[in-house]
Design a protein around this ligand. Structure first.
Ligand code: NAP
Length: 458
């Protein structure tokens, strides 16, 4: 398998996207028995994808993965091309010319839609926008969130919903020593939100939080979690789900909800309420969001297959801000097949396919391969599986002959006047962010504009 590539004529691979799945693909390639040279392309000047701009600022341990990725990036001949958008600054065809293989690990960059009237009213936002904003992602730097109303509604009960609810529920004191972006900390310090209602379309036995994340709501400085005890009643199928030993997380979640239903608010000025079996059907307001109309659901189906079905009974909640946190979705890359329905790049074991045919040289890993599920570590075996497919194709890839990799693409980018950011450039930005943070007792103060990062370098 590996004998066809030599040190002087290695397997040249381009990885598109610098989040966890990209770095785990690099890791799997380095561990394989093959002479390989890898270059990574990233749209932003900064690497690490959602580990930098998705992980909540108050969960610093989850950012530890960055240390592993930085080590991989420093193993020569690895080259980082930040500030390069594949499909715009350089085409997929050009990458195919310069490399034996291209692995797309560009994640799921947008959100699924509810598809209900009023979804785009001012005051209704996606969780992605809010997360990007508090994490200093340049795309969301100039978003404004109206936090002047006392009640916020979050749609969805996954870990992203937990993150955004917790950030809304925390005091500025709880956030000020994190790497939260300064503009977000200032706005949150002035927030008048006192009640966050987190709405699940299914029941308390089907919420997708992990128990560690849900438990945190009981540990906040000035916010109490709450569940109406009547909402904890379960149908027979849900009871059977909780009896299943494989479903221990759901049982822990349910027990936490029970604890929340029994614990008094004890002088806390904010509240996060979890409510179940309700789907939003319409957002209304005079020019901006004022109400969300919810339909009550009942659950139908066998254990673990239960779906929500509307009952025709409605309830309305007044609110000033609503965050839709119902899952991410991939966006197409020009020149690469895309499955519009699933929001992923269609593939068979990580080989990109067009209909039933594998597209030579093109591979995919991570959320853009399987959809937006799992935690950071889930991407490790996923990327390794893609790399296995790629290496199984080694003979066909070797038959393409010698490739010149970064030598060719750096010339193309320079000719086009693209100021790409190398890994040592990034390290300068990184050091500067850490220095900026020190003054305020923060681990770092991120640059939130691409121009600022480039100005620092040049
Ligand atoms: P998720 O876990 O898939 O949760 C999505 C939620 O939205 C579910 O409650 C889902 O309900 C609901 N939903 C979907 N469509 C809906 C609709 N049309 N109307 C109402 N509700 C709807 O997704 P996520 O929260 O975006 O997280 C993505 C992944 O990242 C997850 O694997 C998560 O664990 C991970 N993550 C981990 C951490 C961490 O480890 N701290 C932090 C953030 C994210 P149904 O169950 O009924 O479909």
């Amino acid at each position: 398998m590996s004998g066809e590539f030599t040190e002087s004529s290695p397997l040249r691979v381009a990885v598109v996207g610098s989040g966890p799945s990209g770095f785990y693909a690099v890791d799997a390639l380095y561990k394989a028995d093959v002479n390989v040279s890898i270059d990574m392309y990233e749209r932003l000047p900064s690497p690490y994808g959602l580990v930098r701009s998705g992980v909540a600022p108050d969960h610093p341990k989850l950012r530890n993965a960055i240390k592993v990725y930085a080590k991989l990036a420093e193993e020569p001949p690895f080259r980082f091309f930040g500030n390069v958008t594949v499909g715009r600054d350089i085409s997929v065809e050009e990458l195919q010319h310069a490399y034996h293989a291209v692995i797309f690990t560009c994640g799921a960059q947008t959100d699924r839609r509810l598809g209900i009237p009023g979804e785009d009213l001012s005051g209704s936002y996606t969780a992605t926008e809010f997360v990007g904003w508090y994490n200093g992602h340049p795309d969301y730097r100039d978003r404004e969130f109206d936090l002047s109303h006392e009640r916020a509604v979050i749609i969805g009960q996954g870990n992203v919903a937990a993150d955004v609810s917790r950030i809304l529920a925390k005091t500025a004191d709880e956030l000020k020593n994190t790497d939260i972006a300064a503009h977000a900390l200032d706005a949150l310090a002035e927030s008048r939100v006192r009640e966050v209602i987190v709405v699940g379309r299914r029941g308390p036995a089907q919420a997708k939080f992990t128990s560690k994340e849900l438990k945190e709501f009981g540990e906040l400085a000035d916010c109490a979690p709450y569940v109406d005890p009547a909402e904890l009643e379960l149908n027979d199928a849900s009871r059977r789900e909780l009896e299943d030993k494989q479903n221990a997380n759901a049982t822990r979640i349910y027990e936490l909800f029970r604890t929340f239903s029994e614990t008094p608010a004890a002088g806390k000025s904010r509240r996060v309420q979890f409510t179940f079996r309700k789907s939003p059907v319409e957002l209304t307001g005079d020019g901006r969001l004022q109400h969300v109309r919810l339909e009550r659901n009942r659950l139908e189906g066998e254990p673990f297959q239960q779906r929500p079905a509307g009952t025709g009974e409605f309830t309305e909640i007044e609110c000033g801000i609503l965050l839709r946190s119902i899952g991410y979705r991939g966006v197409p890359v020009p020149g690469v097949p895309f499955d519009e329905k699933r929001g992923i790049i269609p593939n068979a074991d990580g080989r990109i396919v067009d209909g039933d045919k594998a597209v030579p040289q093109l591979y995919v890993a991570g959320w853009i391969k399987r959809g937006p599920t799992g935690i950071i570590g889930t991407n490790k075996p996923d990327s390794a599986a893609t790399v296995k497919s790629l290496l199984d194709d080694a003979a066909a890839l070797a038959s393409l002959g010698e490739k010149s990799g970064a030598e060719e693409t750096s010339r193309i980018l320079q000719e086009r006047g693209i100021r790409y950011v190398s890994f040592s450039d990034w390290k300068r930005i990184d050091r500067s962010e850490i220095e900026r943070g020190q003054a305020g007792g923060k681990p770092r103060e991120k640059y939130t504009r691409v121009e600022e990062m480039l100005a620092l370098l040049d």
